[in-house]
Design a protein around this ligand. Structure first.
Ligand code: Z5A
Ligand code: MG
Length: 215
């Protein structure tokens, strides 16, 4: 795909990011059903996609059932996105909006919080599809830790989550909208769907599909 693809009428690529337990998966599900109810074609995607061969290796690592070098797991997360890139492009061009639960920003924020070089972490993500909108669900790590299920997988520690939050801050750009995710779920949904509707309409009217972090 050329960098300056025509102003094609297409679906929107919407990414949800945020600390663990910030509510990304809950809001992604609500968004897709809201879009479907308004007659807009939409699909729910998530990374890691644990169904592929690469995804199964990631899943075993996250559950502490296997050990991998930090660089290796970083590249596996990235490969897991690359293996889905052309399908994502086809869906968007077919007019389907993709609501994506975590993307490249999680990859860079988590790996650089472990101590890997920030720019090195961004490099393998370069050339993936650029989201039209990144919804960052902003919640203090202490508050997220009080929510259900925290502590089960690798990375779910308060000190580490604070570092991840700092790395996310360095990744913000003009596609990001910061959402107050400490509010009750329905309030968060209200904010999120307004941003998404505006984005879906602008993509339906025609918008180039661009690539992430190209030099
Ligand atoms: N990772 C990485 O290192 N590199 C990469 O490239 C990628 C990921 C893509 C697995 O991710 C790990 O992989 C993750 C980053 C790393 N780190 N860890 N650990 P995952 O997406 O599979 O993680 P998860 O198990 O789905 O958890 P999560 O995403 O962190 O949670 P969430 O989706 O943000 O939250 P939720 O499941 O919607 O809600 C959590 C709980 O809070 C639940 O009980 C809700 O009912 C409750 N909740 C949600 N919203 C609210 C509000 N507003 N108020 C009160 N309670 C709420
Ligand atoms: Mg989730």
């Amino acid at each position: 795909m050329a960098e300056n693809d025509n102003n094609i009428k297409r679906g929107a690529l919407v990414v949800l990011e945020g600390l663990d337990r910030s509510g990304k998966s809950s809001q992604s599900v609500k968004l897709v059903s809201f879009l479907e109810n308004t007659g807009c074609a939409a699909e729910l995607w998530r990374f890691p996609d644990r169904e592929t061969c690469v995804g199964k290796m990631i899943s075993s690592y996250l559950a502490n059932q296997s050990q991998l070098d930090d660089h290796t797991i970083h590249l596996l997360f990235s490969a897991n996105r690359w293996e889905k890139r052309s399908l994502m492009e086809d869906k968007l061009k077919a007019g389907i909006t993709l609501i994506v639960d975590r993307y490249s920003y999680s990859g860079v924020a988590f790996s650089s919080a472990k101590g890997l070089d920030f720019e090195w972490c961004k490099a393998p993500e370069s050339g993936l599809l650029n989201p039209d909108l990144v919804l960052y669900l902003d919640v203090p790590p202490e508050k997220a830790a009080e929510r259900g299920g925290y502590g089960g997988e690798r990375y779910e520690r308060l000190d580490f989550q604070k570092k991840v939050g700092e790395k996310y801050e360095s990744l913000r750009d003009s596609t990001w909208k910061i959402v107050d995710a400490s509010l009750p779920m329905e309030e968060v949904h209200k904010q999120v769907k307004e941003y998404v509707m505006e984005c879906v309409l602008s993509c339906a009217n025609g918008k180039p599909l661009t690539q992430l972090w190209l030099q």
